[in-house]
Ligand binder design. Structure first.
Ligand code: ACM
Length: 260
């Protein structure tokens, strides 16, 4: 399976042109599965709940339709972050749209920093789905900080974790090494670049998107400060084998009776 990571630089609130740039990025390489960043076309630094609500989309929104059509046109699956409104609430969500029309929704479980002021915490649990010969798990940015997130996806059978991100701390890209090895999964962290300073606080997004293999190899690494579309061929079967050696198994050797 060929995986592509899109690292973008959205302009805050410019949804239409940001979606157009994403569509162009997806069209620029051939891949089976594209992972895009968190809140991939809205921007991140909302100043009020009202602003976040007004920039959010329900499932019938034109931005979602444009990305659904892109999946069909490119015969590829897309996983992208977007601000979702549903029943008066706003979620920091990601949507997987598959070329056969199937789609899967995930709502960010662990909200980061001022997201807690605007978004409701995800209420769907961790989402996984089948695609081609692999199981894909969905996570969003700060979910990485809680090892239970990727562990829960891996224990449900996920072999590739589609991790849509807007990272501002410098740790995740290196921490992915440990979580990929410990869960024997591929982790694709698609991160954005750029700066948002819509209030006194400046947020700098760290780019450096990565694709890490179950053996800890960095198969893709994006630049820290430029948009990029990166692609690599992977064999999802690598993530199906949880046997470390003849004596140790990633999951069977767990001792949950001693864990808090
Ligand atoms: C984050 O969760 N966007 C850091």
């Amino acid at each position: 399976m060929r995986i592509a990571i899109v690292q973008n630089h959205p302009a805050f609130g410019e949804k239409k042109s940001n979606v157009e740039a994403l569509i162009k990025a997806v069209g620029s390489v051939k891949a089976d599965l594209f992972i895009l960043p968190e809140l991939s076309y809205s921007g991140y630094q909302f100043l009020s709940r009202e602003e976040a609500f007004n920039l959010s989309d329900d499932m019938k929104a034109p931005c979602l339709d444009a990305l659904r059509n892109t999946a069909a046109r490119n015969s590829a699956a897309l996983v992208f972050g977007f601000p979702e409104k549903s029943k008066g609430k706003i979620y920091n969500s990601s949507l997987a749209v598959l070329p056969d029309g199937r789609e899967y929704l995930y709502r960010k479980t662990h909200l980061f920093y001022k997201e807690t002021l605007f978004f409701s915490p995800g209420d769907l649990g961790f989402t996984i789905f089948d695609y081609q010969d692999a199981k894909i798990g969905m996570a969003i940015c700060f979910d990485w900080f809680f090892p239970e997130s990727f562990r829960s996806l891996a224990r449900q059978g996920a072999e590739i974790i589609a991790h849509c991100s807007n990272l501002v701390m410098p740790y995740c890209q290196r921490a992915d090494f440990a979580q990929a090895v410990q869960n024997r999964v591929f982790i694709a962290t698609a991160n954005r670049i750029g700066v948002e300073a819509r209030e006194s606080e400046t947020l700098r997004f760290t780019g450096g998107s990565v694709l890490v293999s179950p053996k800890g190899d960095y198969l893709l690494e994006g630049p820290p400060d430029a948009p990029a579309v990166l692609a690599a061929e992977i064999d999802p079967r690598l993530a199906k084998d949880k046997q470390l050696n003849p004596y140790n198994n990633t999951f069977k050797d767990r001792r949950p009776e001693f864990y808090l």
